[in-house]
Each structure stands twice: as C-alpha cells, then as structure tokens.
Design a binder for this molecule. Structure first.
Ligand code: NA7
Length: 544
C-alpha cells in the first residue's frame, strides 16, 4: 500500500498561460515533480486564444510580465506602450524558452475530470485522451476569462456565413490563425465589451458595412497607444525593480495611485482639470488614479460620468447615436473600462451602423444574418464578442470532485466559498491561482498571478519539508474570508453593475443579488494577509 500512496507527480498544473507556465517553472525549480496540461498546441493562454484584430494589452506593457525574471529575459524590448496580441504572445514564448518549461507540458490536452481520494490524499486527473495521471497537488491556472460564452440565440446553428467567437479566431488546416478579410463584406459584431471595442474600429476600416449589435453601452476612454523608443526602453528596463515595488503598492497592480482628494470636496474647476488631464493621459489612469471616492460615492462618480458622456457627445457627430453610446445603467468604472482607439469616431463613418438591441431585441439568427424586432440584417460574417463564463467558468467545465465525491459546482452553487481564494473546504490540496475570491484576479494578472505562484510554491515546499501531505482550509477561516469578500464588494459602487466578475443570483422573491467572484479589497492588503498566514504556519489552513 506504500506504493499506492505515492502519486506520479507532486503537482499537476492546468493551463499554459502567463501564470501557469511560471507556476510549473517555480515548482520544478523548487525540486517538485510537475506536469502542465494545456489545451492549445503551445503556451500563451489568453494571448494564444485571443487573435481577433485589434487585440492588445490595456495594461502598460512595461508593467506586465515576469518581474522576478529580470535575470531571465533582460534583453526583452517592448515595441509598443500597450503591446499587441502578437507581441505579448512572443513575450510569453520567449519567457517559456527561458524557463525551458515546454518539456513539462502536455499540449493539445484538456483536463476532463479531477477526483480526490481521501483515503490516500491523492488527486486523479483524467486527460482528454483517456489517460489518468495522479498527483498530490492539483493547481488550476485556467484564467478568469478563458471559457468562451456564446449567446443563447435561436437559430444560431442555422447561419450560413462565417462566424466565430472573438477568442476562437478561425485557423487554417495547420491550426494557425488566419487573417480574416472583411473587405467588401457585411460584418456584424455582437458585444461591446473590451473585446468588441477593440475589434469594431479595425473591422470598420475594411468592411463594406459594419453593424454593431449593442445591448449595453460601456464607459470607454482613450488608450493612447504609442511606440516605445530604444532609449525609453532602456530607461524602463533600468527602473524595473522600482516599477515592481510601485505596482505592488497599488490596489490593482496597475501603475496608478488614486488622487488623495475626494471628488466631492473640490471645486468644479479642480474636478474638470483633473478629468481633462486623466482623459488625455494613456491607459487606465482615468479609472484608477481619479478621486479616491470614485468607486464609493455616487455623487463623485457622476461628476466623472458626466464628463465622459460629454466627450462622447463631442466625438460622435449624430446626437441620437451619441446618446445610445452613453451608459445609463451603471456607474463609471463599475465594469472594466474598455480602452479605445478611435472607437467613438468609428460611428461617424457612413459604413458603420449602431443597432440598439435593447430597443429592438435580436429575435433569431437566420441562415442569412440576424433578425431583430426591426427586421433582418444580411451578414457575410458574424463576430461574437460576447465574453466569457468568467472566473469559475473554466473550472465548471471540469468534473472536479473533492471529499466524498462532492462536485465543486455543487459546493459553489451559491457562489464560491474559499480561504484567500486559493482553497476550498472539502477539496484538499486543490489550489486555484487567479481564481474566485482571490486577490490576484481583480488585478493586473500579468503581475499578480506570478506573485501568487511564488506564494503557492513556498507553501508546497513548506509542506514537503515537514512531511505534510494535506492542506484544507478550516471552516472558520473560509467563512470569514467569504464574508470579507462580499463585504468589501458591497461597500463599493461595483455592486451596482453586472460586470463579468459578478454572479447574479435571483432570489425567491424575484429580487437579484450581485455576488462578487473576486476580492476587491486591494492587492497590498491581500498579499499582506497571505504573508501573515504563511508566517503563522499557514494559519487558516489545516495541514496534516
Ligand atoms: P465582456 O466584457 O463580458 O463583454 C461581453 C459583451 O457581449 C457585452 O457587451 C455584452 O452585453 C455582450 N453580450 C453578451 N451576451 C449577449 C447576448 N446574448 N446578446 C447581446 N449581447 C451580448 O467580454 P469581453 O470579451 O469584451 O471582455 C472581457 C474582458 O477581457 C475585459 O474586461 C478585459 O479585461 C479583457 P451586456 O453588457 O451583457 O448587455
């Protein structure tokens, strides 16, 4: 029976994206045996799958990636301030070369099931080919936005033209993404989240006609992308240690701190001056470095929302279209703010048409196009930029069972219950990197995922050194963490929007409750808490 108690691997990591490959590398470096599983035929994760035109970072390139790897890819040069998808994918590939992790991965493979056996504390992982591998620690690095969500529209399967979800761009016979040529074609886009907002201006350049099917407008602000010169890159490289300390000191690990003033405390002139400065500045500053009460005071929020609404009115020539593009259902920044390049000006083009599907809902997809209550739109191409089953979606697609065969989906039916967003009672030795209720998910994942992998590696090494084979959170620690996650969230205006990080639960009386899938209490507080837990011998986790 001794042999039975020895799993094939110390750890199996699911996902070969920016977080997963680093986790595999760290575990190996620390002397653990590890196997990585990845559905794609190479590393990259999000950057492997999302190959739609216009796809790029909305994080400053220099603030994304592996800081701890200063010594591994010191010669890397970012070309653009907000790198395009091909550039980020090259970066992840270069990092994978430097870490030499591909040999530790099984590609073109998915995890179908993961079952825990309480008798020996071992996870059995069933792979898509049917093979079963066993491990002590089962670690998901499946990404918060990887499980594609197709809309539930009648007749969708009858459509005869080309159609695809934004994160499953068509590929050739060898699996390489093809450049879809829109010229001369009638193109429809469903969805106006961060993805739709990146695709629409590019598609509009060549499509004969572009129809944007909008259900809910978003608050979008300028990206301000530009090339990075060699000289700038040298300066950025030399300041990497400082940059890391800086991003670690901010709530979301983006390089912005909030303005210490409250929007409600200053004069209208001062407010306008700050808004104007932030609107013209590249990136997320307008969301993350505005007044400190932006996401807690409805009044302060409305000042900025009104400012951005006026910008939309100035940029869109047709007043009716402009009003349709201005959100009325959610506060500014209560959903992720899409970073745009000429998005609003795109609606001034003669070949671009905004179809308000809140006013005239989509009834069905026909063999020829999309029928709304206003009539049928003939389309050669339909792009579904309809987002993802976020945060828990990728885990839901795996048959994960903990103690006594309990399915994870059942344990989390009313929303995730975790300690630190890392482990859930009843699922020993299962870690969710960048997972639900986790401080690395409402975060610049390129940085926070890596920091989390470093933490988990330390915990696994700690356990191994002491001959401990089981880790499971205590009920008390889990309950108080879950409560804290919901409490932090409910104190903000984020609780007023159906963003992708929210699970909308309908209550018996018909009212709805928005349960957060992420920890919004801030990165520094999250990491400090994690360090405290580690220092106190992983207090809150029951180790045996
Ligand atoms: P998002 O932000 O979830 O956006 C999805 C969009 O698709 C949004 O506009 C939705 O409208 C729309 N949608 C979804 N289902 C439908 C149906 N059935 N009919 C019409 N419209 C629909 O996903 P993205 O891919 O844009 O961005 C995800 C994140 O990736 C982003 O935040 C970045 O962090 C990177 P709705 O608002 O639900 O009315």
């Amino acid at each position: 029976s001794d042999e039975k108690n020895v799993p094939q691997y110390d750890a199996v990591v699911v996902g070969g994206g920016i977080t997963g490959i680093y986790q595999v590398h760290l575990l190996e470096e620390a002397g653990h045996t590890v196997l990585g599983i990845e559905a794609g035929d190479d590393v990259g994760g999000t950057w492997y799958w999302n190959r739609y035109p216009g796809c790029r970072l909305d994080t400053e390139s220099y603030a994304y990636g592996y800081f701890a790897m200063k010594g591994i890819i010191p010669e890397w040069n970012w070309e653009e301030r907000f790198a395009s998808q091909p550039e980020v994918l090259r970066y992840v590939n270069r990092a994978a070369d430097a870490m030499d992790v591909r040999r530790l991965f099984r590609f073109k493979t998915t995890v179908v099931a993961a079952h825990y056996s309480d008798a020996d504390g071992i996870w059995s992982i069933t792979l898509s080919g049917g093979e079963v591998v066993t491990c002590r620690f089962f670690i998901s690095a499946t990404g918060p936005l990887s499980a594609t969500r197709m809309p539930d529209i009648a007749g969708i399967e009858t459509y005869q033209g080309e159609s695809f979800h934004s994160s499953r761009w068509p590929t050739d016979s060898e699996g390489h993404p093809v450049n879809v040529d829109f010229s001369g074609k009638k193109v429809g886009v469903i969805g106006t989240g961060a993805t739709g907002v990146q695709i629409i201006p590019i598609a509009a350049e060549t499509a004969a006609e572009l129809f944007v099917f909008q259900r809910t407008p978003n608050w979008c602000t300028p990206l301000g992308n530009e090339k990075i010169s060699d000289r700038e890159m040298d300066l950025l490289r030399n300041s990497y240690p400082t940059t890391l300390e800086y991003v670690k000191s901010t709530d979301t690990a983006f390089p912005y701190h909030r303005d210490p003033r409250k929007g409600t405390d200053v004069s209208a002139e001062e407010r306008q001056a700050l808004f104007a400065k932030l609107y013209d500045q590249p990136g997320y500053g307008i969301w993350l470095s505005g007044f400190r009460d932006l996401l807690v005071s409805a009044e302060s929020n409305k000042y900025l929302a009104d400012f951005v609404a006026d910008k939309i009115r100035q940029r869109v020539k047709d007043p009716v279209t402009a009003e349709k593009l201005i959100p009325t259902d959610h506060p500014f920044g209560s959903k992720r703010v899409p970073m745009e390049t000429n998005y609003y000006e795109t609606y001034n083009k003669d070949n671009v048409h905004l179809v308000d599907i809140r006013e005239a809902p989509i009834q069905e997809i026909t063999p020829r196009g999309i029928r709304t209550s206003d009539g049928e739109y003939d389309l050669d191409v339909i792009i579904f930029a309809t987002g993802f089953n976020a945060v828990t979606g990728a885990l839901d697609r795996i048959d994960i069972r903990g103690k006594n065969g309990l399915p994870l989906k059942e344990a989390w039916a009313d929303g995730p219950v975790t300690f630190l967003g890392l482990q859930s009672k009843g699922f020993p030795n299962f870690f969710t990197l960048v997972g639900p209720h986790n401080g690395s998910t409402f975060c610049n994942v390129g940085v926070c995922g890596a920091l989390q992998g470093e933490w988990v590696t330390r915990m696994i090494s700690y356990m191994k050194a002491r001959g401990l084979t089981r880790s499971e959170p205590s009920e008390k620690a889990q309950d108080s963490w879950t409560e804290e996650v919901y409490r932090d969230f409910s104190r903000t205006l984020l609780a007023e929007a159906n963003a992708w990080w929210v699970k909308v639960v309908e209550k018996p009386d018909g009212s709805i409750e928005r349960r957060s899938l992420v920890h919004v209490g801030g990165g520094p507080a999250y990491r400090q808490r994690s360090e405290q837990v580690a220092y106190h011998d992983y207090n809150g986790f029951e180790l045996s």
